[in-house]
Design a protein around this ligand. Structure first.
Ligand SMILES: Cc1ncc(COP(=O)(O)O)c(C=O)c1O
Length: 383
């Protein structure tokens, strides 16, 4: 009988694929999930504890402050905290009134969540292929997929690098389509001076543990500049509740109606106060990360010249550097590069999550990654 391998978390827990990997399996280098200990320091623990002492433990002052701060960071008028990015995108799908048979053009290079929310409403995800240089949805492919049934375009700014949004918005305007930006990988990234989540009709963010910003493991945010979406988002996030506005006497039980939004029934997708409180400082460390990783330009390795790709991308966007991608066909030729990138990504991930001590190491690894002659040789092999 095979010896049972030790697992720290995962299949032995509720976590499943979201919180585990096997130990002692011979793989030396892994991007750690949490084996460097807690990502939170005393400041954040203090804020979480203070929130626990509040009378209101959900949708209170911490959530309100976080929403305000996040909206300011993105340069967007409105931000709504929710339980995760999937629920954020589900709300967006309902706000866009996606109904059975409606088509939504989606990138195939994403986590299942981006398509799942379309299926949830009976819609049909239609995949438009990606640009192999950036891994983002290709606007020329989107144009080919538009039909009379198309209602929306769902883009993902993959790995932190934003999609080429101008031509995408042009297609959307021409055909009267909604645009949802899945910003799970991109808090803080920008495209031609505009932040992720502010260009399409709605932006959706993830604060899951694996992301650049986290709110105690789970969390999400909806951003929008469209005033007509505020009321629908508010209702769909909280069980279609329409509170009586003229009720001022505090001793009378609160009254509300329950109303649908274009025939859609929402859910409980709220964020709690401890999550929101812990995040406020993580925003600061996320900004630190941007400085620390400035110059870690190994974000994408593809079959083309690294310089060409970075030139093309950097003219228009500034990446949130969430994922460092290496394509399979180069794996053997670029083992050194991939190894260095993994190390940078590992350290950057910790930094993003709030571990300030590793900031210096990230910078150092970035330097090694850029300067190493071995890596330079490997790049030549790729080219
Ligand atoms: C691109 C993308 N969108 C959405 C999600 C879902 O995020 P959440 O776990 O917050 O629902 C993920 C999660 O990995 C993702 O990578």
């Amino acid at each position: 009988m095979a010896e049972k391998k030790e697992k720290f978390t995962g299949s032995d827990t509720e976590g499943g694929i979201t919180s585990s990997y096997e130990m002692n399996d011979g793989v030396v280098l892994k991007v750690p999930y949490s084996f460097f200990g807690s990502i939170y320091d005393d400041d954040e623990r203090g804020m979480a504890l203070a929130a626990m002492e509040q009378d209101t433990l959900t949708m209170g002052p911490q959530v309100a402050a976080f929403q305000k701060e996040f909206a300011a960071m993105c340069g967007v008028k409105h931000a709504f905290a929710v339980s995760n990015c999937t629920t954020a995108m589900h709300v967006a799908t309902q706000v866009f009134d996606i109904k059975p048979g409606d088509e939504v053009i989606v990138t195939p290079n994403t986590f299942i969540a981006t398509s799942l929310v379309v299926l949830n409403e009976g819609g049909v995800p239609v995949f438009a292929d990606i640009d192999p240089r950036t891994f983002n949805i290709d606007h020329a492919e989107i144009a080919k997929k538009v039909t009379p049934k198309t209602k929306a375009i769902y883009v993902v700014h993959y790995g932190g690098q934003m999609c080429d949004m101008d031509p995408i918005m042009e297609i959307a305007r021409k055909h009267n389509l909604y645009v949802m930006e899945d910003c799970a990988h991109t808090p803080g990234a920008d495209y031609k001076g505009r932040k992720a989540g502010t260009i399409g009709d709605i932006g959706c963010f993830s604060f899951h543990s694996l992301k650049n910003m986290s709110t105690c493991g789970e969390g999400g945010m909806i951003t929008t500049n469209r005033e007509e979406f505020l009321d629908p988002i508010d209702k769909l996030r909280c069980m279609n509740v329409d509170a009586w506005k003229d009720q001022t006497d505090y001793w009378i039980p609160s009254h509300f109606d329950v109303v649908d939004v274009n025939g859609h029934w929402g859910n409980n997708y709220r964020m709690n106060e401890i999550q929101a409180a812990a995040n406020e400082l993580v925003i600061a460390t996320e900004q630190e990360l941007k400085q620390v990783t400035e110059g870690v330009d190994l974000a994408h390795v593809t079959g083309e010249s690294i310089d060409q790709i970075l030139d093309m991308v950097e003219q228009t966007t500034s990446s949130a550097k969430e994922i460092y991608v290496a394509t399979k066909q180069q794996r053997s030729a670029t083992e050194q590069v991939v190894r260095a990138m993994k190390e940078v990504a590992t350290v950057a991930q910790q930094t993003a999550a709030g571990s300030k001590q590793v900031a210096g190491s990230a910078e150092m690894l970035a330097g090694i990654a850029r300067d190493s002659s071995q890596i330079g040789e490997a790049f030549k092999l790729v080219e």
